[in-house]
Design a protein around this ligand. Sequence first.
Ligand SMILES: [Fe+2]
Ligand SMILES: [Fe+2]
Length: 162
Amino acid sequence: MEKATDIVDLLCQEHLEVKEKCAILFELLTFLDKEGTWEKICESLDFLDRTLPRHCEAEATLISRLHQNKAELTPDEKQVLFEILEEHKAMLAGLRRLCEVAEEYEEGNRNICEVLVTLTRDAIDRIFAHAGKEDVLLFELIRKYIDSEQLRDYKRMLRDTK
Ligand SMILES: [Fe+2]
Ligand SMILES: [Fe+2]
């Protein structure tokens, strides 16, 4: 994958990585009876649990930076930023629920498997729609209002907390 030059590139790359992990997770859930599958599911969930909260936090930092220039933001742009922060809450709550149910998993428990599949499908729908919106709307706003030097600094900050 091409090297990220600033935080927007990095966040874009993470969208791809997260979407890929979600697809793998969903695929794995259909092979739950196969040996070793559950460990791989846990790895995918760990990845999402490590990546998503920090990713959303970085975006929230950039959004609050955009709000500092609020005179420049149109009402529609402010609305998009509001929606993105609300979607973060729903997305992270969905992921937490998924991780909680996964902790209750016991081999052969069909009910839990069904719940996991439903929760994963919901999480994927939410994550894909959200990432698509950010790729088009949020990142465009960030590039419009925050200068490239600052975006490189933000990338360094995010890397340091990884
Ligand atoms: Fe986001
Ligand atoms: Fe994002």
